[in-house]
Design a protein around this ligand. Structure first.
Ligand code: MN
Length: 359
């Protein structure tokens, strides 16, 4: 389709409404929706938000709208296509068996995430996740309760350890492991040969219990990667706790796409992609978020309780660039000529990568 023809459809379809008819609401073809999204301008959207243009006299799925209002009615800065950035475990079916259930958010549900897939799993007291291994590394965090994990090393030593809420484990690809309900840890260790066969490598980590890597009045972040948890060679993670009104500052990751799991609270993330595309969506507990490789993003706490979420990377370490820090490391005249900020304004910007901005 020629650019001229596209412009014509956008103009006719949205500004003059001749396609749908005045004052109507209808289900238009997907191609039309895409074209009108590209046509959104900041002034146009601001104006339209103030009148009845943004209302929908037709039917709406109110509960779904209430969950994600900014997906449906985006900020005027959103435009273009950044691909899927949201899914929820609560849209996937649970595979329920005696002893618990699993449900998954994989590439089938979130096609943009090609490096990390997630499983949310429940094991009732006393039941087992049967003996197995995977072709990919496994990184898991406990959301509730207690469990015992075992993992065998190629040299025949074995780790047997207990994990509780906020603890994680890391099982390298191919390493056989189990997850089970609890008995006596000492008895289980003794039964397989005690100290003699005890793994010299630690595969579990008390993530929630560790001291924050960085902390501000806006919240805290805990980073667990191969620097403080050597076995985590291929999966790095950060646990973010953002206070109401707080912000995980504008940043991007130069080494991997980001896969997120929202554990508590309400948040809103905006993701920026070249050239000039942006997408904003809301996130609630049990939702999964995705940020494409190198895409700029920030996450706001839009609720009145702490927003808690995981940032996960298929990488050996968490690396990020802070937009604030970049600006403050540049000669001020350069910033002024690019961003039209005067010297006073530049000096209100934090000079360090704070991760979570103070409130
Ligand atoms: Mn991030």
């Amino acid at each position: 389709m020629s650019e001229e023809r596209k412009d014509k459809i956008i103009q006719d379809g949205v500004s003059r409404r001749s396609v749908l008819g005045i004052g109507s609401a209808a289900l238009a073809a997907a191609a039309f929706g895409e074209l009108s999204a590209h046509a959104q301008t900041r002034e146009g959207t601001r104006k339209a938000e103030g009148d009845h243009s943004s209302s929908n006299p037709g039917q709406e799925n109110k509960p779904l709208l209430a969950e994600n209002p900014h997906s449906n009615t985006p900020p005027p800065t959103d435009q273009g296509d950044v691909g899927p950035i949201w899914y929820s475990y609560d849209l996937t079916h649970k595979r329920i068996q005696e002893g618990g259930w699993t449900h998954q958010v994989t590439q089938r549900e979130l096609p943009s995430s090609t490096e990390i897939a997630g499983v949310n799993m429940r094991l009732t007291a006393g039941s087992f996740r049967e003996l197995h291994w995977h072709t990919a590394d496994e990184w898991s965090i406990m959301l509730y309760g207690n469990a015992r994990v075992t993992v065998l090393n190629p040299d025949g030593t074995i780790l047997i350890d207990d994990v509780s809420k906020g603890d994680l484990w890391y099982f390298p690809a191919g390493f056989p492991h189990s997850i089970q309900g609890l008995g006596s840890l000492a008895e289980d260790r003794a039964a397989v040969g005690g100290q003699k066969v005890q793994s010299p490598i630690q595969y579990t980590f008390r993530m929630e219990a560790m001291a924050p890597t960085k902390r501000s009045t806006g919240g805290e972040i805990r980073i667990v990667d191969s620097h403080n948890f050597p076995v985590a060679k291929n999966i790095a993670a950060a646990l973010d706790i953002i206070k109401p009104g707080g912000l995980r500052e504008f940043h991007w990751h130069p080494n991997a796409p980001e896969w997120q799991f929202y554990m508590a609270g309400k948040g809103r993330m905006t993701v920026f992609m070249p050239v000039g595309s942006a997408r904003t969506m809301d996130f609630n507990a049990n939702d999964v978020g995705f940020v494409p490789f190198n895409a700029g993003h920030y996450v706001e706490n839009t609720g009145d309780t702490d927003l808690v979420f995981l940032e996960m990377f298929k990488a050996s370490e968490v690396l990020d660039f802070s937009l604030n820090q970049w600006i403050r490391r540049l000669p001020p005249e350069m910033v002024t000529s690019h961003l039209k900020l005067d010297n006073n304004a530049i000096h209100t910007i934090p000079a360090e990568n704070l991760e979570i901005l103070p409130r």
